[in-house]
Design a binder for this molecule. Structure first.
Ligand code: OOG
Ligand code: MG
Length: 260
């Protein structure tokens, strides 16, 4: 059998995504997979997507809230890539059968007006680079069975990314108190969870700074116009055909996702 390496891990994860077949964690077969190599796998998968015509539209943070960290059993945040193929237009249905086992989580979303490059980026500096803030929903779909993974596994798997929806209400960051921005997560009209922006690293601007500083270690920066998903505010909910998930934000409007 071929030795494990970046190329093989990228192929295995890309195949799981394309065929919608989950698998065991890569670290079970390749325990030497460390964080640095896992990010190389993530970058290799991105490279292949770009070669096949996808475009980078931004980055996402994962595991930035305690709710998410506790659920996944991993307490360190991570970054991953967003491409145009992951954009689900507001109002479009989520076709559950096109994914493996989707879960949906509410997030505060930034669009950058300027380039943001670490190291040394503070939350205050990070917020200066934000042109608009939105409410959003991320649809995650781990390629690993039962969402069971270690940090290197989930990093290699591009942080379980699948799709995301950005809400229709845009606000200027200076008009908001994002630590106090509240979000109610409802499934079929029933509120199942709630949080404020402070759930994400104390303030979502801290998550943005974290992304800029983490990317700088890999000689990358956040570019103008990029979307940044700052991480699930609450635990994610499983969905099935017929489910309706909505995130009602105090000032960022409501984002609703119909599943079929
Ligand atoms: C990992 C992705 C985490 C978030 O917002 O915390 C994430 C997972 O939960 O499968 O997207
Ligand atoms: Mg997320």
């Amino acid at each position: 059998m071929t030795e494990w390496g970046v190329a093989r891990a990228a192929s295995v994860l890309a195949a799981a995504e394309a065929q919608r077949i989950d698998r065991g964690p890569i670290t079970a077969e390749w325990p030497e997979l460390d964080l640095e190599t896992a990010y190389q796998v993530q970058d290799e998968i991105l490279c292949r997507k770009v070669e096949s015509g996808e475009h980078i539209v931004g980055v996402k943070l994962g595991l930035t809230s305690r709710a998410k960290q506790q659920r996944m059993g991993i307490d360190s945040p991570l970054t991953a890539w967003l491409t145009d193929r992951m954009v689900l237009p507001a109002g479009a249905p989520l076709v559950v059968g096109q994914l493996i086992h989707p879960r949906v989580e509410p997030e505060i979303v930034f669009v950058l007006g300027e380039r943001l490059a670490g190291p040394g980026v503070t939350a205050a500096r990070a917020m200066e680079a934000v042109s608009h803030v939105y409410g959003g929903l991320e649809i995650i779909d781990s390629r690993f069975t039962d969402f069971k993974f270690t940090l290197p596994d989930v990093v290699a798997d591009n942080a379980s990314s699948a799709l995301f929806v950005v809400g229709g209400v845009a606000r200027k960051p200076e008009d908001l108190d994002l630590a106090l921005e509240a979000c109610l997560l409802a499934v079929d009209g029933e509120v199942v969870d709630s949080a404020t922006g402070a759930a994400v690293q104390g303030h979502p601007g801290e998550a943005l700074a974290l992304a800029a500083n983490a990317l700088a270690k890999r000689r990358q920066a956040l570019e103008p116009g990029w979307v940044v998903l700052t991480g699930g505010l609450t635990d994610a909910v499983f969905v099935e055909p017929g489910s309706r998930v909505s995130a009602d934000f105090s000032t960022l409007g409501s984002v609703t996702l119909r599943c079929e």
